[in-house]
Write a protein that binds this ligand. Structure first.
Ligand SMILES: Nc1ncnc2c1ncn2[C@@H]1O[C@H](COP(=O)(O)OP(=O)(O)O)[C@@H](O)[C@H]1O
Ligand SMILES: [Mg+2]
Length: 224
């Protein structure tokens, strides 16, 4: 008997139109398996961010069907969006931290909304901040950290509730080479522990020697 990895993300004929003139995605068909690490590439404006936004319901498709794990995003009601966001951790190029809040608070917030006990939150947050190498700076305000450190806080925030999927949208776009390699290392570790990763980047150096699947968008169309 052959074992076939189940898909965790599935797009069927998905199109996204923002305006009459602008078709950001056109008939995307895509399947990502559980535990896969996929690079999503293509030039600026090709639709990478739009594709990721559809996956955490920041945008809705104009046409087509999207499934994430057991959820059908085409029929997802607003009240189900929090459940989707618990499955999908997102990391952005510009970090999107609460700059005047501490490292601890930035990471803890996504757990506190889940209603965990204070002692549990504290334990998990300290553990994850240790993993990204920032335990010594746990009480610093985010704004007092370097770009590389801020991105590591954003990664900790995205993974603290252990989502099965991580979406990264040009997460190394504002980082130098060494900081980029640190972020790549953290993503590899997460993937090694079973997290499915979709990593959008236009930086071909990040995947030129990879054995990972690379999918490419051009003008909203998927080309291999
Ligand atoms: N909110 C929006 N309203 C209108 N057009 C948008 C919006 N967001 C993106 N677009 C357009 O959709 C296309 C794809 O953009 P995007 O997904 O951001 O591409 P990428 O991330 O690959 O640079 C571009 O032509 C962009 O201008
Ligand atoms: Mg983008």
């Amino acid at each position: 008997m052959t074992y076939i990895d189940p898909a965790i993300v599935n797009f069927t004929d998905v199109s996204k139109r923002y305006t009459i003139e602008n078709l950001a995605l056109y008939k995307i068909n895509l399947e990502v398996k559980k535990g896969e690490f996929v690079f999503l590439t293509g030039p600026s404006g090709s639709g990478k961010s739009t594709l990721l936004k559809l996956l955490f319901c920041a945008e809705r498709p104009t046409e087509g069907e999207i499934r994430v794990d057991d959820m059908d995003l085409s029929t997802l009601s607003p009240s189900q969006i929090p459940a989707l966001r618990r499955k999908v951790g997102v990391i952005f190029q510009d970090f999107k931290l609460l700059e005047q809040h501490s490292v601890f608070d930035n990471v803890a917030l996504s757990l506190e909304v889940l209603g965990l006990k204070k002692t549990q939150v504290e334990k998990r947050v300290r553990e994850i901040i240790t993993n990204v190498g920032l335990i010594g700076k746990i009480d610093r305000k985010a704004i007092q950290l370097s770009g590389g450190e801020q991105q590591r806080v954003a990664i900790a925030r995205a993974v603290v509730n252990r989502p099965p999927i991580i979406l990264a949208d040009e997460p190394t776009g504002n980082l130098d080479r060494d900081r980029t390699m640190e972020v790549m290392g953290l993503m590899e570790e997460l993937n090694a522990r079973g997290t499915t990763i979709i990593f959008a980047t236009h930086d071909e150096k990040l995947f030129e020697n990879t054995h990972r699947r690379v999918i490419k968008l051009e003008d909203g169309r998927l080309v291999r």
